[in-house]
Design a binder for this molecule. Structure first.
Ligand code: GDP
Length: 358
């Protein structure tokens, strides 16, 4: 059946190692072949696999922690022996010690009711921490066993598996949802089997609401940009054309905050009466991304008050850290997008607060 994943043209069936048409296109042409699993398919596949696992490696993206450690994933790993692999630390702004990141994570994990057997801070890009994962597997499973690797799409799950094997074992794809079924590999010189599961697409991520080319711009891969703003009442701050927010804090106490996102997402401040025209005329120009489809979504308006030392996180996009608060805002964003308020991940620099403003 041409219309379902795994379709193999008849003349290929007798080949020694037949590859389905979809995988052939992804591998040879880097083509995007959108076949996503439904939530129910995903849950069934992963729940079945997890039943027989000794350890579950949960890969999360430190830059989009809320967008990658989502409620469904948490419900799947409760009561499991978990190694939490926190990836992409090469992207963390400023110099942050891994111990500081672990401390911050422990607070987040406590809130989620998860106590992992171990946490590894890593970057599959720089290879930092990848050997640590192998060491932990040897420690927990001296005689071998079964290990599942699970995580949201785009967190670096395939890159970790390739890092564990030291070669291109699975297809690292810039497109979410490449792996549809669990694939099993034996870790060399061990009796340990690694099961690579399909990636879940969590709810509420802005990066999943745009086309593939905008997705590549929004998901940070090289560096995070940050900029500090001091905006009075009624001024507007925009994350490109993706999300915008109007300041509601009193005029006398202009709040100060720093915005963080992938470097292709342009920060912009403007007056409230200019927003509509900007979104209409400039999107696709200096307010890129997103593309036109994004605006056909239903939008919502929400009001928040964020205290100093707190952050407002836009799942799958970025965050703002409040340096001088409280920051009261009216946020305009797509209806399906989710916002989370959390303790600051990147602590504000109290002393140089004013100098940092640009
Ligand atoms: P998967 O969907 O979870 O299997 O993720 P992939 O391994 O395919 O990676 C998704 C994207 O994130 C790719 O563009 C990778 O190059 C990038 N990526 C993966 N790990 C890292 C990392 O440690 N640091 C950075 N900066 N990018 C990474």
């Amino acid at each position: 059946n041409k219309n379902i994943p795994g379709y193999l043209p008849e003349n290929k069936i007798k080949e020694a190692s037949p590859v389905c048409q979809r995988c052939f296109k992804i591998k040879n042409y880097g083509a995007y072949v959108p076949v996503s699993l439904t939530d129910a398919d995903y849950k069934k596949e992963v729940t079945t696999i997890l039943k027989n696992m000794d350890i579950v490696i949960v890969v999360v993206d430190v830059i989009d922690f809320e967008g990658s450690f989502d409620a469904e994933l948490i419900s799947l790993i409760k009561k499991k022996k978990v190694i939490l692999a926190v990836n992409k630390i090469d992207l963390v702004p400023g110099r942050k010690h891994p111990a500081e990141i672990t401390n911050w994570l422990n607070g987040r994990l406590f809130l989620a009711g998860i106590t992992p057997a171990d946490i590894v801070i890593m970057s599959t890009k720089t290879k930092y921490g990848v050997n640590g994962v192998i060491r932990k597997l040897r420690y927990f499973l001296p005689k071998g066993g079964n290990v599942a690797v699970i995580g949201a799409t785009n967190v670096g799950k395939s890159s970790l598996i390739n890092g564990l094997f030291g070669k291109n074992t699975v297809t690292v794809s810039k497109y979410p949802g490449t792996t549809l079924k669990t694939v099993k590999f034996q870790l060399p010189k061990t009796q340990t089997f690694i099961h690579d599961t399909p990636g879940i697409i969590p709810k509420g991520r802005i990066s999943d609401m745009v086309c593939e080319s905008c997705n590549l711009k929004i998901v940070p891969s090289t560096e995070i940009s940050r900029k500090t703003f001091k905006l009075p009442y009624d001024r507007v701050f925009m994350f490109g054309g993706l999300v915008w927010m109007r300041i509601l804090t009193d005029y006398e106490t202009a709040p100060i905050f720093t915005a963080y996102a992938a470097k292709e997402v342009q920060f912009h401040e403007t007056n409230v009466d200019k927003v509509e025209a900007l979104l209409k005329e400039k999107t696709g120009n200096f307010l890129t991304p997103p593309c036109d489809d994004y605006f056909s979504r239903e939008w919502k308006v929400e009001t928040y008050e964020i205290e100093e030392h707190e952050e407002m996180v836009f799942k799958g996009l970025g965050w703002i850290t409040v340096k001088r608060g409280p920051l009261k805002v009216e946020v305009h964003l797509p209806k399906d997008a989710e916002i989370i308020i959390r303790d600051a991940f990147v602590e504000p620099k109290r002393v140089s607060m004013e100098q940092d403003y640009d």
